[in-house]
Write a protein that binds this ligand. Sequence first.
Ligand SMILES: C[S@@+](CC[C@H](N)C(=O)[O-])C[C@H]1O[C@@H](n2cnc3c(N)ncnc32)[C@H](O)[C@@H]1O
Length: 210
Amino acid sequence: MKSASTNTKECTENRFIEPENWFARLDWKACFPSEQPVEVDLGAGDGGFITARAKAHPQTNFVAVERLLGRARKIDKKARRLGLSNLRVLRMESLYTVKWLLPAGSIRAFHLLFPDPWPKKKHHKHRVIRGEFLGAIEQALAPGGCLFAATDHEEYFGEIVDAFCTRAGWEMHFLKEHEWFREKTDFELQFLSEGKKISRMKAVWKGVRV
Ligand SMILES: C[S@@+](CC[C@H](N)C(=O)[O-])C[C@H]1O[C@@H](n2cnc3c(N)ncnc32)[C@H](O)[C@@H]1O
């Protein structure tokens, strides 16, 4: 379905968002049956977290962003099996999504859960949290919106915290497991079963969009 004012093909059979135009921002009204706050899971993997959260919170809309087709298909399959009308899958790269596809000021929360750590120094450039990325997050967040991040990689966690601290307008909270989501990601379950230390944070955007 296409109209002059929308950039989103309505998805009736599967849960994929398939924009008519990858160079225009999405229209949430065309993506979801109900207008509700939107949360975005960046690098959603197999979607264990986002599908469980969408099931538990029918009054919120969720977008699972995942660049690997096989994983995106798994999320779609789970969402259909659970009959979730408040979850959509976007097979796309995270930075491009945040910077170019999300409508400004429209996101209540981002989840960046166990992002690929790219442990070798020469690969750090592939890490998703960079200055440009946070600038795009600030544009996309609704007032008072936030970003949740978790990782088992201590050095990467330090880099994420530093990236927020170099920017004005963010309030940081470091959270313990009991303060975290009931729903677990697939990687989190794996790391918990291995007894790994997990670092978790919530960054609340108090700044003003420029
Ligand atoms: C380590 S896995 C974590 C998956 C999930 N969040 C979890 O905790 O189970 C990282 C996921 O992010 C996806 N990913 C990595 N970089 C991405 C990017 N730039 N854009 C979109 N997805 C990305 C990978 O394909 C992978 O599924």
